[in-house]
Design a protein around this ligand. Sequence first.
Ligand code: GDG
Length: 497
Amino acid sequence: MISPSSRKFGFVVVSNRLPVDRIEPENGEGSWQRSPGGLVTAVEPVMQANDGAWVGWPGIADREYDAFESDGVHLVPVALSEAEVADYYEGFSNDTLWPLYHDVIMPPTYHREWWESYVRVNQRFADAAAAVAKKNAIVWVHDYQLQLVPAMLRTKRPDLTIGFFNHIPFPAYGIYSQLPWRKQILNGLLGADLIGFQRGADAGNFARAVRRSLGYSAKGTVVEVPEKGPDGAPAIRSVIARHFPISIDVAGYEELAEREDVKARAAEIRHELGDPDVVMLGVDRLDYTKGIGHRMKAFGELLEEGRLDVRNATLVQVASPSRERVETYKTLRDEIELTVGRVNGDFGAIGHQAISYFHHSYPREEMVALFLASDIMLVTALRDGMNLVAKEYVASRIDDDGVLVLSEFAGAADELKSALLINPHDIDGLKDAIMAAVEMPQRERQTRMRALRKRVREHDVERWSASFLDVLSGVNPDRAPDLETGDDDSDHPAGEK
Ligand code: GDG
């Protein structure tokens, strides 16, 4: 019998986190629980249809786990020490790359030890993926934590077809060029055959960085990487870099929105909020890129100026806990909570809270109930790769009602053009957009929401993964296996309108 660790797979996904959480009760055996997310929904059917494996960190430091099966998917844990979590993950990924790639909204921290840890950990992920990939397999690497993996994999396994998807923005060269390791990262990414971005602008920024920093030709969506051919003679390897805007499991959200218990919960939420005329909602990880403070400032000023009245307008803000050991996130939490306290102290009335703030996570049913209970969804990100919450709100509004106020700086703005698009730095403009949403006639709300829903329904997450994988499996037609992607509309890439 083949032991689980020696099995090989024709399709391998690599991401920082495995799609499971370890549950360890005090007395009793530990077990794995699926952590549902967009990526799992998108790639799980492809995994199951193609006998796939998923390589990633299981979320607990200093622990080694054997590979195991979960819902028909083979999971391959990569171990990280406590020091590596601090240096590779919280340090280089979340305190160097994250702020840099989000247009330095916060100053990035550059530490050489963090970089060294990033290189070591990326090599470990590449080795783990190389060990489970069959000859000529397709490997799909995800996100900014693993940008060196494509080149490391190619060096070890030139037979593989390698894709990379960047979930966060790719910054303009003037910002990217700050990075002391800018060439190494670009060379790491260029190990892939296909590099996917959220927006056309991100792919353009990447191509410019490649031209300026490495001097390679990058025209349209093709980068020409000079290499040595098998005979040692100079050769060119083409890498495709283009956008594939990610999406959500639209049917899953619609199903929840149709459930009677979820609808009843939505009505109950409005009632518990004091049955105001207008409920506004924000749902974000507590992150400085999301512009939570900007939206609270705009809302507070509208109350102060009397354009909104706390007795009939309220803001619900879910800020789910995130990266709590990183210093900037601790400071952000203090700032946001101070603002909530001030706005409530200044404008609240008995029985009428201005802002209902929740620093915890909710089950998806409760999120959909919140979406249904809200007249206005505020997505005011200062910079965001896509912003799935905007799409989730739209997918849930099966009643064709509700207004989406959406930042131009979120990737979703490229597709959701019938939203009220705003610049979150322009507080007066944001206030006017909120008032336009409050006063919008029902017919206009309906027209806009229908257009938004049409877009999201036609471009769901299954289409996203299928279009990425169709392009990827087409780059090496002589050797990459044909993947079963379940999409019969695959010659229209997700990015095309
Ligand atoms: C990165 C990029 C890109 C949040 N709180 C709760 C909860 N959530 C869910 C949302 C949504 C997801 O988490 C957050 O996704 P976003 O896209 O909004 O933002 P990031 O976490 O920053 O994601 C982003 C994304 O990757 C995908 O490529 O769009 O730009 O930054 O699905 O619903 N879900 C539940 N309870 C919560 O309290 N159940």
